[in-house]
Write a protein of this length. Sequence first.
Length: 296
Amino acid sequence: MLLEASVFEPAQSPWESDLVAAAATNDLAWTVLIPFFNERRDLPRTIASLAAQDRPARLILIDNGSTDGSATVAAATCRRLGIAFTLVEALSPGKVSALTAGLNLVRTVYVATCDADTWYPADYLSQATTLLEAKGVAAAGAFFASAHADQAELGAAANRIRIVSGLLPRQCHSGGAGQVFRTEALRRVGGFCATRWNWVLEDHEIMHRILAAGSIEYGPGFWCAPSPRDRDRTSIRWTLVERILYHATPAPLRDLFFYRFLAARLKARRLTSDRIRERQFQHPAANDAVVRPLFG
């Protein structure tokens, strides 16, 4: 399906003019994608943590059919904090379609996928930059910890991901809330694409493909803090058998694992990408992915 995209760029305030000029000279290295569906409670905290980054970034906020006014809250928060943003509406349901819409608008060297209910420490993008600048690196993954974790807890979490990623270097060890990419590498492997993969576990599938462009790195200071929350959906996790086979399948055969074995099993359980959201859409889904400009 073709994705139609257009962006409404509002009249620039002084801070936004500076960022646009920086982007033109490649000083603005980061774009952050935040897809969301009915997240008005958590969006302000997430956006505030990204506004406090020690590296400037442009936010692309992707409303995936919210009915609770999340888009208005997100835009108002960005304006209040003085952070450059673009807000679009992706009408085709599901996180993959939302990320596709956002990636089409990225013009920076690096891109981060962030969840609307996750807190990011102020050096998150700096830590990511250090990892992505290393030769041959295409992506990096953050480990998860509590926002209130002390140094001992952060050190233990960092050691866990270091050990696991060392033992299984060609696998994904971080969720979509903490994944960052070299934009060129992400596009080279096909980016987010609902026609290729429109199931849950899209964070593992995209990291599987990114390995064709380079390695995935994890760092001791690269972390974020997803919010704990109750779920009102059926499980979207893979089964124990599926996870064991993921770990056991040799890298050359992992295409078969994802696109023949796992996709068929997820299809049988109807675990399409839109099941990642907390609540079901109130209206029938559109057949095509459409991005409609809102405001900024």
